[in-house]
Design a protein around this ligand. Structure first.
Ligand SMILES: Cc1cc2nc3c(=O)[nH]c(=O)nc-3n(C[C@H](O)[C@H](O)[C@H](O)COP(=O)(O)O)c2cc1C
Length: 504
């Protein structure tokens, strides 16, 4: 199979890396409007090194998920050839581990050497690297030698032009494919004027593509200013941060689109890709700029969830449509998972996550399991919870009719872990769990009452309700229905397990 062409950094306009702003919705929007390259927000190597790569079949994305289940980096095929993964690092080997983890899902790897914030510099990352050229060389050489994707870095200029020139020559020798230069000293704030002359000096001494950055406040206000900034610095490419954060349609060569329209498009992506609501809100507040104190800005400020954000923008119809599509996909996915419970020692396990939003308010799987146990005249379910030390996540095992059930996935709270264990038990048993759109217990009771009235053999004590679409879990013969509830349940569960009995 032909290898895809490596990302070229010449004659390009790029969305700059921006914490909270540069997540998937903003990157896709920038691409829609005409950006050639999009950088993700800076992600710290220590956090990324703990992540697992997960293909998210519901959203059609690839997620890098932390042990506490937070999605640290989400990407999709649409941006694969144009997204640059930026990391914060001060450790060549850790940087390599992270870069190897993500490289097949991104177009290039960038190292942030310009962040002046204390959280970065105190760990030797960001702008702290600028005063440690040996470390810069070690990180970049390790990455260039160990990766198949282009490696780049983003620096700030040093107070002396001579030192800046020395540094960039050394950086070029490591084999990086491009160099982004933010034309400010590390002590300077975003409102200080950008030093175009420093960027120009850099472009004269290196032959790799230089990407000019820092023009947003005074120089780059419209699309045509991007070209002017390119010319003023002599760089071959331009990277835009704040001007794009305020209105990403700055990348559009046909002229900018109204911010109101842009916000709507941004929200659509945020819903579609389940963007962190806090980040979505942050981004929208940036786009509102001086309107952030308006009544709408205040409503936005009060919104806590994506749904509430959509309500502020009168986009509930869109939200409901996408949410129901995603919900349908989640259910399809759950159904696939449901058919594969496995035995781990004496515990029946399934990879189940407790999603609160899948249940009506006040309804939980634990309630359903308790109600079912009472009806089956079983002892009350008993929950055991463990917490692991590395991320303080919880896992629960529930004991029902002397059988143990557990989700293989760890949850952030004890409560969610118990709910997940209850879901595993209910799904294995084929009992309703109370999810939205599912047959409810009420329905089961009503049906049974009606069946009794009609003189059918169905007994109220039938150990396992056989509901539409769930029969596949439990195959019961009529004799088994006469057995004591707990024994029957146990056997039925074992029947339901697609495992080799010897495996236990
Ligand atoms: C909200 C915000 C977040 C930022 N986060 C990052 C980051 O994660 N990595 C980085 O290298 N620079 C970051 N920056 C700096 C920008 O990438 C850029 O260098 C700076 O804003 C100057 O460019 P501009 O004049 O186009 O805004 C951030 C800037 C802003 C405004």
């Amino acid at each position: 199979m032909a290898e895809t062409a490596k990302l070229c950094f010449r004659n390009k306009t790029a969305l700059a890396p921006m914490v909270r702003v540069g997540t998937l919705p903003m990157r896709l929007l920038a691409l829609d409007y005409g950006a050639d390259i999009v950088y993700c927000e800076e992600l710290i190597d220590i956090k990324m090194a703990q992540c697992k790569r997960v293909v998210n079949e519901v959203l059609d994305t690839v997620d890098f998920v932390a042990p506490d289940d937070r999605v640290m980096f989400r990407t999709c095929s649409r941006e694969k050839d144009r997204v640059v993964f930026q990391m914060g690092t001060a450790d060549p080997q850790r940087a390599l581990i992270v870069a190897q983890l993500v490289q097949n899902d991104v177009a290039a790897i960038d190292v942030n050497m310009g962040c002046p914030k204390e959280y970065s510099t105190k760990g030797g990352m960001g702008a702290a690297l600028l005063s440690d050229p040996d470390k810069i060389e070690a990180i970049l050489t390790t990455l260039v030698n160990g990766l198949s994707k282009p490696v780049t870095c983003k620096i700030r200029v040093l107070p002396s032009l001579e030192d800046t020139v020395k540094l960039v020559k050394r950086i070029e020798k490591t084999g990086v494919s491009a160099l982004a230069v933010h034309g400010r000293f590390k002590e300077e704030r975003p409102q200080h004027p950008v030093h175009c002359d420093y960027i120009q000096a850099v472009t004269k001494v290196v032959s790799i593509p230089v990407i000019a950055n820092g023009g947003s406040l005074d120089l780059v206000k419209t699309h045509s200013d991007i070209t002017k900034f390119r010319e003023a610095t002599g760089a071959c490419s331009v990277m835009v941060a704040r001007a794009a954060m305020w209105n990403p349609s700055i990348f559009c060569s046909k002229g900018t689109v109204s911010v109101d329209e842009v916000m709507e498009e941004y929200i659509k992506y945020a819903v579609r890709y389940d963007n962190n609501a806090f980040n979505t809100k942050y981004c929208l507040c940036q786009m509102l700029r001086d309107r952030v104190e308006s009544p709408m800005g205040k409503q936005l400020h009060a919104a806590q969830t994506t749904k509430e954000i959509c309500a502020v923008y009168s986009m509930m119809e869109y939200y409901d449509k996408i949410e129901s599509e995603l919900q349908q996909r989640r259910e399809e996915k759950n159904n696939t998972i449901e058919s594969h419970p496995t035995l781990d020692g004496d515990v029946i396990t399934m990879p189940v996550r407790f999603e609160k939003r899948e249940y009506p308010p006040q309804i939980t799987p634990k309630m359903y399991l308790l109600e079912w146990s009472r009806r089956e005249k079983l002892e009350q379910p008993v929950y055991e919870v463990v917490q692991r030390s590395q991320d303080r996540a919880f896992q629960s095992t529930v004991i029902v009719a002397e059988k143990k059930y557990r989700s293989t996935l760890w949850e952030k709270s004890k409560k969610s872990a118990e709910q997940a264990a209850a879901v595993v038990c209910l799904r294995v048993l084929g009992v309703p769990e109370g999810r939205v759109g599912e047959d409810s217990c009420e329905l089961v009771n009503k049906r049974k009452r009606e069946e009794n009235k009609n003189g059918e053999i169905q007994s109220e004590d039938s150990p396992v309700p056989e509901l539409d679409g769930r029969k596949r879990h439990i195959t019961q013969s009529p004799e088994k229905a006469e057995e004591p509830a707990n024994r029957t349940t146990n056997k039925a569960v074992m029947n339901a397990l697609h495992v080799n009995q010897t495996a236990s």
